[in-house]
Every structure is written in C-alpha cells, then in structure tokens.
Ligand binder design. Structure first.
Ligand SMILES: Nc1ncnc2c1ncn2[C@@H]1O[C@H](COP(=O)(O)O)[C@@H](OP(=O)(O)O)[C@H]1O
Ligand SMILES: [Mg+2]
Length: 252
C-alpha cells in the first residue's frame, strides 16, 4: 500500500491544532479535574481522535482504524486485518497535564503485525517525525531533514520515560555501555533515537500498542530496530492483548 505522506502530515497537524486549541485555552492557575469527562485532557484526546478518524476515513476508507479513543475491535475480527491504522490521538497525557509540551499525535500503519509507516506530530514543538515508503524524515520550522540513527559503538545515551521510569531498566542499559540518560515524555523517545540524539530506549513498564507503533516505524525507518523484550524477536502488533510487554529500541 503506497501512502500519500502529505495527506498523513496534514491529518496529524490538524489533530495537533485541535489539541493546541484546548491546551492554550488553559489558564495555568486553573484548578482542573483531569479525571472528569469534560476535562481539557479528555476533550483534547477526543478532538484529536475525531480529526484523525475523519481524515483517515475520507482518504483510506478501506483500512480499519484501531484508536485509543475508539471502540474496542474484538480479536476475532482484528486477527484477520492485514492492514490497519493504529492511532494514539494524544500520547503523553501526563506531559499534557504537566504542560511541558512533550506530547504527540501518533498514527501508524500496520501490515501483517509490523509497523510499516508512522507519523508523529508534537504540536507544541511544531515538529513532525515520520517514516513511510522506506524513508524517515523530521520537519521542524518548515525545515525537512532525513532521520538517521547514530550507530554509536560506545558511550551511549539512553532515553527513558519521564513519568513512568522503572528500576528494572538499569540492568539492561548497563549492557549497552550507556553513560547518560535523557528523560522525555511520549513517543518522542523513539524519535530521539531515530535522529541520533540517543542510542537506546528500553521500556520495562506497560504501554499499549498505540503508544509504540508510530515510534517503532520512525525508529526502524531511520535504521534502528525495536525488539520484543531484549531481543532477538522483533516487536509486533495486533496481539490478542493490546497491552505491550517490555521492549528494546536500538539506534545501532
Ligand atoms: N499502567 C499502565 N498500563 C498501560 N499503559 C501504561 C501504564 N502506565 C503508562 N502507560 C502508557 O505509557 C504511556 C506514556 O509513556 P511515557 O511515560 O513514556 O510517556 C501512556 O500513554 P498515554 O500518555 O497516551 O496514556 C500509557 O499508555
Ligand atoms: Mg499513549
């Protein structure tokens, strides 16, 4: 399936704009209940979801969509899907609440359980990271550059979750000559490895398939790899349980 990347970039940007409208309306001094159904977080999640659903349905009506904000598709039906979109309309909800800008819109195309294209947009940073048709790119401030992993052999840098780090991760990082680590929210961790700003991303704690699909596509498109647990099997999708186990992303 050949993708029109401009269409996917437009959909991700429009979703990000919908999120930003709500994000920017928030007064820092507001006491917001983020658990309620009309919280800014829920509204932003849903606004982004609506934009993505509309865009994908219009341009790719034949491809099913699995979104964090959409209804559950039973495994009996899912397991027959060869192509589908795996969508996280707003990844990094804690980062949204903490207002540090490190949240993203994520759209991935899965084919036979593997991510073959991924589009990530960070609206506050106005930056895209994407991979499609065998190429990976970053666009920031209108400037487009190819994404390429570092391929470093020593003194490596790890990326870790800002909001959900786990002590078990140290053991694995120690095996890869990691000398430093950067904490960042959302799928931006995959993007940092893809652009060579970091080399290793090991995640021990739980994530969902939509949290990782676009990020894996971007990292692999830039020459990296994402393994199930610590390898050697590649990390896959459309599992009966959409909850991911641990994984290891490498930029070498
Ligand atoms: N206990 C849990 N179960 C399932 N997923 C979890 C989880 N704790 C964190 N996550 C996932 O980790 C993601 C955030 O990762 P990170 O901390 O690296 O930014 C969350 O995405 P959302 O923010 O979209 O909910 C969430 O899906
Ligand atoms: Mg998420």
């Amino acid at each position: 399936m050949q993708l029109n990347t401009d269409i996917l970039l437009d959909i991700s940007r429009d979703a990000g704009v919908a999120i930003l409208k709500i994000y920017n309306d928030l007064n820092l001094a507001d006491q917001v209940d983020y658990k309620s159904d009309d919280s800014p977080l829920t509204l932003a999640d849903q606004a982004s979801h609506e934009v993505i659903m509309k865009g994908l349905r219009e341009h790719y009506p034949q491809v099913p969509i699995l979104s964090e904000e959409g209804g559950n598709i039973p495994y009996e039906e899912r397991k027959h899907m060869t192509y589908y979109w795996c969508v996280d309309p707003l990844d990094g909800t804690k980062e949204f609440i903490n207002r540090n800008g490190e949240f993203t819109v994520n759209i991935a195309l899965i084919h036979d359980r593997k991510p073959v294209a991924g589009f990530i947009y960070a609206p506050v940073l106005d930056t895209f990271y994407y991979s499609s048709n065998g190429e990976a790119w970053k666009i920031t401030g209108g400037n487009k550059q190819p994404l390429k992993v570092n391929n470093s052999t020593s003194n490596r840098i790890a990326v870790r979750s800002k909001s959900h780090p786990s002590p078990e991760e140290e053991v694995v990082l120690d095996q890869y000559d990691v000398v430093n680590s950067i904490s960042v929210g959302s799928s931006l961790k995959f993007c940092m490895v893809a652009e060579g700003k970091a080399d290793v991303y090991y995640r021990f704690g739980p994530t969902m398939e939509w949290d990782t699909a676009a990020g894996q596509a971007v990292l692999e498109g830039a020459g990296g790899v994402v393994y199930k647990e610590t390898g050697p099997e590649r990390f896959t999708y459309n599992k009966e349980n959409l909850l991911n186990g641990s994984f290891l992303g490498l930029g070498f």
